[in-house]
Design a protein around this ligand. Structure first.
Ligand code: BGC
Ligand code: CA
Length: 540
């Protein structure tokens, strides 16, 4: 990897792999690192710059690997550390960078530190690495404070000796106490372990959660948290968290090749998010405000402007995402989205053709924006959310703990269809299992079915990513006056993007030659007719 490429990450397209659902090499129904390794050429041909891998570390899988029992071991389910090393090396050979997930807010309850904390008992210094407290009430039978778990129920679980421990997520995910120096030391060592192995950076899980308001005060009122979408609270986005990221940035900067970190920080405002990407902190933060924006021209334009302004105020690039492993796929979500309601909601069935049309238009808009784009595996195939998984196959811990309003994350995690006419569609060996069932209707959506097919969603993404490398230089964006419900902007003086969100076809003068369109448009006598939910890129 050349060290001469300046700030590769500022406009990078980064593709999220959810390892258990990508490619299963050994046929146990769960995707693995050798499977990913065998599919790297697909990602090179797609044209992405980097890959982000969701966790593959040793884990009891209470939350699909976001409950880590050993941060320096690969779970045998996914392979070995040698497989990880080989995967990173192969990716580099293909010109792809590799980012891994770091889960510092909490460990698994099977982590040796937590097991020691339980064994040593109340008052032991080893308990201080987590948040153990006596309960309230005459017998300590009430949780120490009123914090709810994001996965439902109280954020506290009582152990056999009577004390309680804090877990903002599942009980199997105890929160670390980041005021304890051993925790900070341990994570600096973990960063170095993976940097030494060659990774190009980290996605920081729950980056806004590490530091809690000291004294763990009550929230004092009923909260209606949704998965990660939590707003102002004593549990999240405390100022002290930024010292941690300053110390991590210093470590990242010691390594050659611009190693990066991207924050999963669900903060109440864009300017609070921007604080995570100040020059001496992390490089990028996910733009969940944009992800939650309705498919409506005024709202989109305002959010794009606000995002660019907030990030450029600290000199950071803006990021754009429409899908990830925690939210309803944007094929469905953009048909039903209400602002601010994004994660883990019960998805509704939508007209799949209309949903796909809108999703393609949204993706082509996203890829035209200045900054860095995060794609989630399967969106390049136009995969819909699977809305009808029966409760008995669902594995999202939030589904089984919550009361129905949250916990619908399995529907975006269904394994990828690669080829063939029957499940598992090349995800694993023919006739083999897949950890979540794939719909019968997915044969036509497989990679093989779309490869080289004009008009397929895979072709649209490949063409758009190739154009993106050629067309965009700077990070300017200039809006143009356009009819109601239509967005139009130019970049670099010779590129225009037109998006029709008006709900009806629009007729516009042709501004130049068409580079690509998310759906069929007609051009005649200098006039273009752009159907509803369609995006067009033009060369001026
Ligand atoms: C991850 C989720 C996970 C949670 C707890 C989130 O940020 O993206 O998948 O359940 O953190 O680790
Ligand atoms: Ca496997």
């Amino acid at each position: 990897m050349s060290d001469l490429v300046p700030a590769w990450w500022r406009d990078a397209v980064i593709y999220q792999i959810y390892p258990r659902s990508f490619a299963d090499a050994n046929g146990d129904g769960i995707g693995d690192l050798p499977g990913i390794r065998s599919r790297l050429p697909y990602l090179r041909d797609l044209g992405v710059d980097a890959v982000w891998l969701s966790p593959f570390y040793l884990s009891p899988q209470a939350d699909a690997g976001y409950d880590v029992a050993d941060y320096r071991t690969v779970d045998p389910l996914f392979g070995s550390v040698e497989d990880a090393r080989g995967l990173v090396a192969d990716a580099h050979d293909l010109g792809l960078r590799m980012i891994v997930d770091l889960v510092p807010n909490h460990s698994s309850d099977q982590h040796v530190w937590f097991q020691q904390a339980l064994a040593e008992g109340p008052g032991s210094p080893l308990r201080a690495r987590y948040h153990f407290r006596d309960g309230r009430g005459p017998q300590g039978e009430l949780p120490p404070n009123d914090w709810p778990s994001i996965f439902g129920g109280p954020a506290w679980t009582r152990v056999a000796d009577g004390q309680w421990y804090l877990h903002l997520f599942a009980p199997e995910q105890p929160d670390f106490n980041w005021e304890h120096p051993a925790v900070a030391d341990e994570f600096r060592t973990i960063l170095r372990f993976w940097l030494d192995l060659g990774v190009d950076g980290f996605r920081i899980d729950v980056a806004h959660g590490l530091v809690k308001e000291s004294g763990l005060p009550d929230i004092g009122h009923d909260t209606s948290w949704h998965l990660l979408d939590v707003g102002e609270s004593p549990c999240f986005d405390r100022d002290g968290v930024h010292d941690i990221y300053r110390s991590w940035r210093a470590i990242l900067d010691e390594y050659p090749g611009e190693r990066i970190a991207v924050a999963e920080a669900w903060a109440p405002t864009l300017s609070r998010v921007a604080a995570y990407v100040r020059p001496d902190e992390l490089h990028q933060a996910f733009n969940f405000s944009y992800l939650g924006t309705a498919w409506e021209a005024g709202a989109q334009r305002a959010m794009i402007d606000a995002s660019l302004a907030a990030m450029s105020a600290v000199g950071a690039p803006t990021t754009w995402t429409l899908s990830n492993h925690d939210v309803v796929r944007h094929t469905n979500r953009l048909m039903q989205a209400h602002e601010g309601e994004v994660a883990g909601k019960r998805p509704a069935a939508v007209d799949e053709a209309a949903g796909l049309r809108r999703a393609r238009a949204a993706s082509l808009l996203l890829l035209a924006l200045p900054g860095s784009a995060y794609l989630y595996q399967g969106e390049e195939l136009g995969l819909p959310e699977v809305v009808d998984l029966p409760p008995e196959v669902r594995q999202d811990p939030a589904f089984h703990r919550a009361t129905g309003q949250d916990g619908y994350r399995d529907g975006c995690r269904v394994p990828i269809p690669w080829s063939g006419t029957q499940a598992p569609y090349g995800f694993g060996p023919e006739g083999g299992p897949s950890w979540l069932p794939q719909p019968d209707s997915w044969a036509g959506l497989s990679v093989a079915a779309q490869d080289g097919v004009p008009g397929s969603t895979l072709t649209l993404y490949r063409d758009a990513l190739a154009l993106r490398r050629k067309v965009f230089a700077g990070d300017d964006l200039t809006w143009l006056d356009s009819p109601a419900g239509v967005l139009a902007f130019e970049r670099g003086g010779d590129f225009r993007c037109t998006v029709n969100m008006s709900g009806a076809p629009v007729t516009l003068p042709v501004p130049g030659s068409q580079l690509i369109a998310s759906g069929p448009i007609t051009v005649e006598d200098g006039v273009a007719v752009i159907p509803a939910d369609t995006t067009v890129w033009w060369s001026l």
